[in-house]
Design a protein around this ligand. Sequence first.
Ligand SMILES: [Zn+2]
Length: 96
Amino acid sequence: MKTGIELDVLVAEKVFGCKVLRATDEGLSQSEYEHLRRCGPKCGCEGTSHDFWIGDECSFPAPYSTDIAAAWEVVKRCAIQYLTATAFHSTRRPTL
Ligand SMILES: [Zn+2]
């Protein structure tokens, strides 16, 4: 898969758990559909946001595949998920 917005949206969805809204989703109002078609996918999460701020400009998704600062967020997220998973599901027992 090439770098770009499709990969960035996939990362937002799969790595960060974002509920991505797309123009192809069912049940959209006409205005929602037209907005998504014109502006592209957006974060549809409630209570949190996966929008990415560069100065005063807000965009979605973050440029995970092309910007090192955004890519580093993916590394940190994956590390946290790995450490959390191994801490709770480890079969190793401490030796006394
Ligand atoms: Zn989101």
